[in-house]
Design a binder for this molecule. Structure first.
Ligand code: NAD
Length: 480
């Protein structure tokens, strides 16, 4: 049984109450490890350690380029252990191994990218009047808190922690209770990099306990939360009590808009990949297909045959689709599929998939559903499974209306060979990212990522994320 302790003030710790939580392999639901069930007391210790580190002369003396070296050292360790980390991610989340490898690569890239940025965080000089020198400095905000979801743990921790440390903050991470393994390994990398005590802290535990204690903590200076809308609302309320700013990276119901004049082979590939990645358990999953009425029949035939060729199995066999995380996620998806049976037309999949040697695991057959009204819950709500719902449109206006017709606005794919049309559509789409003739641009460490509407606010990734972790101070000097 693998025991993955918390890391607070450069010490490995169980929880103050001595309790643990089992960690399960989704491939067959076997228990393979445990984490401390962190409590308020543990979170208090972690925040205090981060505060002490932030205020310390020792941390102030670490030069920006030295913070960059540190982040690059973490990247080096990630690359050195790429295969092992990918296996850990596969065992924890269930995702196919090659997707685990891609996540680990992205994690290394985040540390390298922000490692390079650490000594390039610039202020401005602002013209006021003769005899006054006015300038701005970007200072670290202080102690930053990071609450992460279970579906892409190593990527999501890396993207915000690297940006926060690059800018001179100290951090407290609350890992996801279901998928804590790579967070623990990252903490070991920080430990081996001889970091000053308290700069990086990791607490584990349930959301309502450790998570809520962190989001409502009066001594944090910023909260980055990635997860579901209801939890996002809860953490925003608790942070508001302390006037702590939040960055919210929430869910999505992202569309692929397929126009008659697209390259159909490429569009089919893009549509299929965007929904089956991580078994559809992805915030930016392309879970709605909006297709031009004139090509709907032929395009759907291609999509359905691609779905029927997909293979489902445990992540370590590296097939197309791995297991669903847990029984409760599985039951949620099955309830949606029952609704689809009643109200729509299932063109592929539609239920549980059985994988012989992994009877304990929960697998869902990749599913395509047609014939629903766009007001239907399956058109509007995040299903978080390999389930694609299909709608047709007549012309650009209707395509845009449908694309924007959910509470979410995270990502949109547009497939057309007409560049003017692509620009017109991109202009009117209400989502944080728009991809033309691709979906995701290979992950895009450098591209700002975040939501419109209930998909959240604030941006992670790229230089844009630095705004989350720095406060602008204006200094005006009168010298005449
Ligand atoms: P979740 O909201 O249930 O949990 C996310 C994290 O919040 C976990 O660490 C959990 O322990 C913690 N938490 C739960 N209740 C809490 C509370 N009351 N106070 C403080 N913390 C609490 O989400 P999940 O099921 O882990 O993840 C899936 C969701 O995350 C989906 O909606 C998905 O779209 C979204 N997501 C968004 C992005 C993005 O970048 N926009 C990326 C990945 C996942």
């Amino acid at each position: 049984m693998k025991e993955m302790l918390m890391y607070i003030n450069n010490e490995w710790k169980g929880s103050a109450n001595g309790a643990f939580i089992d960690v399960v392999d989704p491939a067959d639901q076997s228990v393979y490890g445990k984490i401390p069930r962190g409590s308020k007391e543990d979170v208090d210790q972690a925040v205090e350690a981060a505060r002490t580190a932030f205020e310390s002369e020792a941390w102030k003396q670490v030069k920006p380029h030295e913070r960059g070296y540190l982040l690059n050292e973490i990247a080096r360790r990630i690359r050195e252990e790429k295969e092992t980390l990918a296996l850990m991610e596969t065992q924890d989340v269930g995702k196919p191994l090659s997707q685990g490898m891609a996540d680990v690569e992205a994690a290394a890239r985040y540390f390298e990218y922000y490692g390079g940025v650490a000594d390039k965080i610039l202020g401005e000089t602002i013209p006021i009047e003769d005899g006054i020198l006015d300038f701005t400095v970007r200072e670290p905000v202080g102690v930053t808190a990071h609450i992460v979801p279970w579906n892409y743990p190593i990527q999501i921790i890396s993207r915000s922690v690297a940006a926060a440390i690059a800018t001179g903050n100290t951090v407290v991470v609350k890992s996801a209770e279901d998928t804590p393994a790579t967070a623990h390994r990252l903490a070991q990398f920080f430990d081996e990099a001889d970091l000053l005590p308290g700069v990086f802290n990791l607490v584990t535990g349930y959301g309502k306990e450790a998570g809520a204690s962190l989001s409502g903590h009066p001594d944090i200076n910023h909260l980055t939360f990635t997860g579901s809308v209801p939890t996002g609302i809860a953490v925003m309320k608790s942070a508001a009590e302390n006037v702590v700013p939040v960055t919210l990276e929430l869910g999505g119901k992202s569309p692929n808009i397929v126009f008659e004049d697209c390259d159909q082979e490429k569009a089919v590939q893009g549509v299929v990949k965007s929904i089956i990645q991580n078994a559809g358990q992805t915030c930016s999953a392309g879970s709605r297909l909006l297709v031009d009425r004139n090509i709907k029949g032929e395009f759907l035939t291609k999509v359905v045959s691609a779905f029927q060729a997909l293979q489902v199995g445990p992540g370590k066999e590296d097939l197309d689709i791995g297991p669903i995380l847990s029984e409760s996620q599985f039951e949620k998806i099955m309830a949606y599929l029952k609704q689809a049976e009643k109200d729509g037309k299932i063109l592929a999949g539609g239920g549980q998939a059985y994988v012989d040697e992994y009877k304990g695991g929960y697998y869902i057959a990749p599913t395509v559903i047609d014939g629903l009204n766009h007001t239907h819950p399956l058109a509007q709500e995040e299903i978080f499974g390999p389930v694609l719902t299909v709608f047709q449109f007549d012309g650009e206006d209707e395509a845009i209306r449908l694309a924007n017709d959910t509470d979410y606005g995270l990502v949109t794919g547009v497939w057309t060979e007409n560049i003017s049309k692509a620009h017109r559509v991109a202009d009117r789409i209400r989502s944080g990212q728009v991809f033309i003739n691709n979906y995701g641009a290979g992950g895009g460490i450098q591209m700002p990522f975040g939501g419109f509407k209930k998909s959240g606010f604030g941006r992670e990734k790229g230089l844009e994320a630095l705004k989350n972790y720095t406060a602008v101070k204006n200094v005006a000097i009168k010298y005449r």
